[in-house]
Design a protein around this ligand. Structure first.
Ligand SMILES: *[C@@H]1O[C@H](CO)[C@@H](O)[C@H](O)[C@H]1NC(C)=O
Ligand SMILES: *[C@@H]1O[C@H](CO)[C@@H](O)[C@H](O)[C@H]1NC(C)=O
Length: 320
C-alpha cells in the first residue's frame, strides 16, 4: 500500500519528465546545463528553471550525471531592445553540446526597462525563458554598467547560489562552452582573470582585458561589490576601466590569456586583415567576437557544425 501510494505520487512527475523530453529532447533554451547539473545548489531563476530541474533531477537519478567541478555565470551584458540577438544566442547555446563536469549558465543582463513595450516583451521572455536579469541602471549611461553588473552579483546570487567564476561578455560574442570549461578546469578558483589580454604582445602591466568577454573568479566580483571607491572610477572604455580596477586593487594575479583561441571574426568578404586578435574561424575556438550581423552568426554556427543536427524530412528543404 505504501509503495503504491508513493509511486502514484511520482507518476505526475514522471509524466512531466516524459512530456518534457518529447518537446525538448535537447533541453531547452540556454538552460540545459543549469538543470542538468544543478545537483545540490538552488537557483533562483523562475519559471523554466524550476519545472526543468524537477524533470532533469529525475533524469539525473537515472543516468548518474558526473559531479560538477565548478560553476560559471556567463553574463551577456546587453540592452532590452536586442530581441533578435537574444533569440540567436539562445539558439546558439541551446544547440551546443554541454560542457563536461561544469555548469555554465548563460544569462542576459539589461538595465532598467524604460519603455512600455520593453516592460511587456521582456516580461514575456522572462516567463518563457527565465534567463534575464534586470539591473538597476540606466541604459544611456555608458559608464558604470560594468560596475552595476559586478557589484550586483553577490546580492543576486548569495551564499549557495554563488558561482566559482563570472564572465562578462558582449552580445556579439559566441563562447564555445565546452572549450571554455576545459580551459578553466585546472585553473585557480580565486583571484583569476581570464580573457584576451590586449593589446597583444605588449607589456603585461599596460594590458587590459579585451571587451569581447572576460571571466573572473567570484571573489573578484565580491571585491568590486564591497569596494565603494570603484563606483566613482568608471570613466573610459569599460574594459580598460576594469583592468585599471584590478591593477589598483592588486587583484587578478592569476591571469590567463587565450591568444588565437579568442579573436574577432574575419572572413574573405571583409576588408580587414589578419592580426593578433583577428583571424578566420578555428576549430579550437574559445570565443569569437564581432558577430555583428546574421550572416556572420550563420557562418560561425555552420562552421561549428550547429546545423548537423538537422534531420531529413519531407517537411522542409534548406539547400539553396
Ligand atoms: C534594484 O533595486 C531594488 C530596490 O532598491 C532592489 O530590491 C533590487 O534587488 C535591485 N535589483 C538589482 C538587480 O540589483
Ligand atoms: C564539423 O564536422 C566535421 C565532420 O564531422 C568535422 O570534420 C569538423 O572537424 C567539425 N568541425 C568542428 C569545428 O568541430
Amino acid at each position: 500500500m505504501k509503495r503504491l501510494s508513493s509511486s502514484l505520487f511520482l507518476l505526475p512527475f514522471l509524466l512531466l519528465a516524459f512530456v518534457y523530453s518529447l518537446f525538448f529532447p535537447n533541453g531547452f533554451s540556454i538552460l540545459p546545463s543549469l538543470a542538468r547539473c544543478n545537483n545540490n545548489r538552488n537557483n533562483n531563476m523562475p519559471a523554466t528553471g524550476a519545472s526543468m530541474s524537477t524533470s532533469m533531477r529525475l533524469a539525473n537519478a537515472a543516468d548518474q550525471a558526473p559531479a560538477v567541478d565548478f560553476r560559471v555565470l556567463l553574463g551577456v551584458v546587453t540592452r532590452a531592445e536586442m530581441y533578435e540577438r537574444r533569440a540567436l544566442l539562445r539558439l546558439a547555446y541551446a544547440l551546443q553540446s554541454p560542457p563536461e563536469r561544469a555548469v555554465i549558465d548563460v544569462r542576459f543582463f539589461v538595465c532598467s526597462l524604460a519603455t512600455e513595450e520593453d516592460a511587456v516583451l521582456v516580461s514575456l521572455e522572462i516567463i518563457a525563458h527565465g534567463d534575464i536579469v534586470v539591473l538597476n541602471c540606466t541604459e544611456n549611461m555608458d559608464d558604470g554598467k560594468t560596475y552595476s553588473y559586478f557589484s550586483s552579483l553577490p546580492r543576486l546570487f548569495p551564499g549557495d547560489e554563488a558561482y566559482d567564476y563570472v564572465g562578462k561578455i558582449d552580445d556579439d560574442s559566441y563562447y564555445r562552452l565546452a572549450a571554455l570549461a576545459d580551459t578553466l578546469r585546472h585553473k585557480p578558483r580565486r583571484d583569476l582573470y581570464h580573457g584576451l589580454l590586449a593589446p597583444c604582445h605588449t607589456d603585461p602591466a599596460s594590458q587590459f582585458m579585451s571587451g569581447m568577454g572576460y571571466i573572473v573568479s567570484w571573489d573578484i566580483a565580491a571585491w568590486v561589490a564591497e569596494t565603494d571607491s570603484l563606483r566613482r572610477d568608471v570613466k573610459g572604455p569599460e574594459d580598460e576601466v576594469f583592468g585599471r580596477w584590478l591593477r589598483s586593487g592588486g587583484k587578478g594575479k592569476n591571469r590567463y590569456g587565450e591568444v588565437t583561441r579568442m579573436y574577432d571574426y574575419l572572413d574573405g568578404g571583409m576588408k580587414d586583415g589578419v592580426n593578433c586578435f583577428r583571424h578566420a574561424l578555428v576549430a579550437d575556438t574559445v570565443v569569437v567576437h564581432k558577430l555583428k550581423d546574421r550572416l556572420k552568426w550563420a557562418r560561425t554556427l555552420k562552421f561549428f557544425n550547429a546545423t548537423q543536427g538537422l534531420k531529413p524530412s519531407r517537411l522542409y528543404h534548406v539547400d539553396l
